[in-house]
Design a protein around this ligand. Structure first.
Ligand code: NAP
Length: 398
């Protein structure tokens, strides 16, 4: 019987055998990648005695065409009620009241973690020599930093007012022809993000959590993020994790918590990827880092993501690329990003065996060089297949 996923009083997800999971098919290539991903997810789930009762909800262009709104209230309340959902890419309305539908969903449900695992799958073309050394999980803060939307435009009365205030009250001199943005980074926001990262590292037996920040320059935002991270580890995780400076780099059996500056990190994830494991970082750093890292292991056509609130239990897993409108309806693009987001969702639900099976079948497909156009152009001797055929190849190997 189809049932809701719920949260126990101890804060653990309670997942029935047939959970109701809302999904947004997505605009543009959503029509191609959603059915492909769903077929693989359903096959793997069935193999392990599970079934997903999919419940379609609307957002984006499809919602606008049918209802006149980009993000219907019913969609938001369905995600709120059923806790866990998944979505394809959405068109960002140009000149509408909503900055981005993705941002809106994250804000309404307070999905404070953007989870982006980055690992290489055998057979995937990569621009680096040792993509197999890349196995990182990025926890990007999802609600604050320069993404808080606190910006004023150059030349407006608001900008003038803010610049005058900064001059008169703080003694700060800002050029009068400036646009000005505010970057809030809170103790609450930082600690809940880092707590999620350390919990993940402990639960999954990962070696380390690296706090990535720009604290050498932005001391009271990025620097504070780092300090709060170490404080949290000492306060809440002393038995299972330890800060570098408290153990001289020798954590014993515990998770090592260390930190690096954002700019050098972007270099080191390329030159020494095996030194990074779980990464916890602020919003903007995480944005750059996750795309840069995805490039090492096959690009955005295959990069999965999830937006999660570990306290309320809400989570929306999503393809990390856009709607690629010029390929829409051609049964051509790579469904990997959405499919692996589904795999991430299965892992989050505790369906590890089904998730592992999909990864294994996908690797077997890549190993035979059966790929969509994006990988075909980078793979010698590839057999280029359509989106649906790629899904069939995975299903055949499940
Ligand atoms: P995009 O849709 O991500 O597409 C950019 C390029 O990435 C494509 O031309 C294609 O490259 C490659 N690509 C994307 N998805 C792929 C897939 N599944 N398989 C293979 N290659 C893939 O970015 P965009 O063109 O800048 O944005 C289009 C729309 O999407 C905009 O409305 C934007 O606002 C929206 N958007 C939505 C999200 C979201 O919902 N999460 C995220 C980003 C953008 P090649 O042509 O080189 O093969």
């Amino acid at each position: 019987m189809a049932e809701r996923i719920t949260m126990s009083s101890e804060g653990a997800l309670q997942v029935p055998d047939e959970p109701i999971v809302p999904f947004i098919r997505g605009d543009g290539i959503g029509v191609d990648i959603w059915p492909a991903a769903q077929r693989v997810l359903d096959t793997a789930a069935a193999k392990h005695g599970h079934r997903v009762a999919w419940k379609e909800v609307l957002a984006g262009q499809t919602a606008f065409d049918e209802t006149g709104t980009w993000l219907p209230e019913e969609t938001v309340s369905t995600f709120a009620d059923y806790l866990i959902g998944i979505k394809g890419p959405l068109t960002t309305p140009v000149g509408g009241g909503i900055r981005s539908l993705n941002v809106a969903l994250r804000q309404v449900l307070d999905l404070y973690v953007c989870l982006r695992p980055v690992r290489w799958f055998q057979g995937v073309p990569s621009p680096v020599r040792h993509p197999e050394k890349v196995d990182m999980v990025i926890f990007r803060e999802n609600t604050e930093d320069v993404y808080a939307g606190l910006e004023v435009q150059e030349g407006t009365p608001e900008a003038k007012k803010l610049i005058t205030f900064l001059h008169d009250e703080m003694g700060w001199s800002v050029r009068p022809d400036s646009g000005v943005g505010i970057k809030p980074v809170s103790e609450t926001g930082s600690k809940r993000l880092i707590r999620a990262a350390v919990n993940y590292a402990v639960a999954r037996g990962r070696r380390s959590v690296t706090l990535v920040h720009k604290g050498n320059i932005q001391k009271f935002t990025e620097g504070a993020f780092r300090s709060w991270g170490y404080e949290l580890v000492r306060e809440e995780f002393a038995d299972v994790a330890v800060a570098w400076e408290d153990c001289g780099g020798d954590p014993g059996g515990r998770v090592l918590v260390q930190d690096t500056i954002a700019d050098i990190t972007l270099q080191q994830v390329l030159t020494r990827p095996d030194e990074f494991d779980v990464i916890a970082t602020t919003n903007l750093n995480g944005d750059y880092l996750s795309d840069a890292l995805a490039a090492q292991v096959g690009g955005i056509g295959i990069a999965p993501g999830g937006n999660i609130n570990y306290v309320s239990g809400h989570g929306i897993f999503e393809a990390t690329h856009g709607t690629a409108p010029r390929y829409a309806g051609q049964d051509k693009v790579n469904p990997g990003s959405l499919l692996l987001s589904g795999v991430l969702m299965f892992e989050h639900l505790g369906w590890q065996a089904a998730a592992d099976d999909i990864v294994r079948a996908m690797e077997a497909t890549f190993a035979e060089r059966i790929v969509t156009y994006d990988f075909a152009r980078l793979t010698e001797g590839a057999t280029e297949v359509k989106t649906s055929e790629f899904a069939s190849a995975i299903v055949d190997r499940l």
